[in-house]
Design a protein around this ligand. Structure first.
Ligand code: SAM
Length: 257
């Protein structure tokens, strides 16, 4: 029997379409086969970054309207370790206000020479201080001092400008002293801090008070409470309190919900 040519074409086309859909995996199968990867640097949809004319102490990049300052280089170790620091900034009061459990694991983020790290370590004898910085010279100085002081529960750790490079949920607390305002990728760092903290973990943010003109520190190296609260709450942290213990600095406490 002779087939009608148009009918034959329709049958052939139907066969081809059926074959196409039959051999394609269902969408769920396709995604299940794809490897699960977490990018090291998160892709940000809303960064709150901007640019401005760089001031003498700044990098010309803004975050929530605040110009980010230059990083203090390792030649500043002498200033960080100065003997007048206790009188001027009362770090012993700041450390006492943290009320750390003896087995706490705390990161000193932007640890510099380790001034705070050395004083935190004896308070967590069953825990650890992870002393993070991006300058290998700071970590080298700190390692020498740790040996000289015989401190065993400190882990000097090289971070990057975008991440802590620590496992998720590995920290009870993060302390940042005069460091956060220098982070040139604060949005990425806040995501990384959040991942590294346990649920209910605390951030202790120490920054020179921008509201007080009598505090003798350059403007970009200071921060107001309002600005810090804006940045940290936008990143998903809960503001708990600003402790009045220090002569020149805020000691703000945030929590990972
Ligand atoms: C002004 S120093 C303060 C050091 C120390 N917290 C203190 O109070 O003695 C700031 C430190 O933050 C470090 N820093 C800047 N950006 C950083 C980042 N993204 N991650 C870790 N450390 C950073 C700098 O290298 C510098 O050592």
């Amino acid at each position: 029997m002779k087939r009608h040519p148009v009918l034959s074409s329709i049958v052939l086309l139907g066969f081809a379409v059926g074959l196409f859909f039959w051999t394609r995996p269902a969408p769920s199968q396709a995604s299940a086969a794809a490897p699960a990867t977490t990018p090291a640097v998160p892709v940000l949809t809303e960064t709150h970054y901007g640019t401005c004319k760089a001031s003498s102490d700044g990098i010309g990049k803004t975050y929530h309207g605040r110009e980010i300052s230059h990083v203090m280089g390792h030649p500043g170790i002498g200033w960080l370790e100065r003997t007048e620091r206790e009188k001027e900034e009362a770090p012993s009061k700041a450390i006492a206000a943290l009320k750390l459990a003896p087995n706490a694991v705390i990161a000193d983020l932007g640890a510099g020479s380790g001034y705070y790290t050395f004083r935190l370590a004896p308070l967590v004898p069953q825990g650890r201080v992870v002393a993070i910085d991006i300058q290998p010279e700071m970590l080298a100085y700190m390692k020498e001092e740790l040996r000289a002081r015989g401190l065993k529960n400190v882990e000097p750790h090289l971070g990057s400008v975008t991440e802590l490079k620590l496992p998720d949920a590995s920290l009870d607390a993060v302390l940042m002293v005069d460091a956060y305002h220098e982070f040139d990728h604060p949005a990425e760092m806040l995501i990384s801090i959040k991942a590294a903290l346990k649920k209910g973990g605390r951030i202790y943010l120490v920054e020179f008070r921008a509201e007080d003109p009598k505090v003798p520190i350059k403007l970009l190296h200071k921060m107001s409470e309002a600005q810090a609260r804006k940045e940290f709450t936008a990143a998903g942290f809960r503001f708990l309190e600003n402790r009045p213990d220090l002569p020149w600095q805020h000691l703000m406490v945030f929590e990972k919900p």
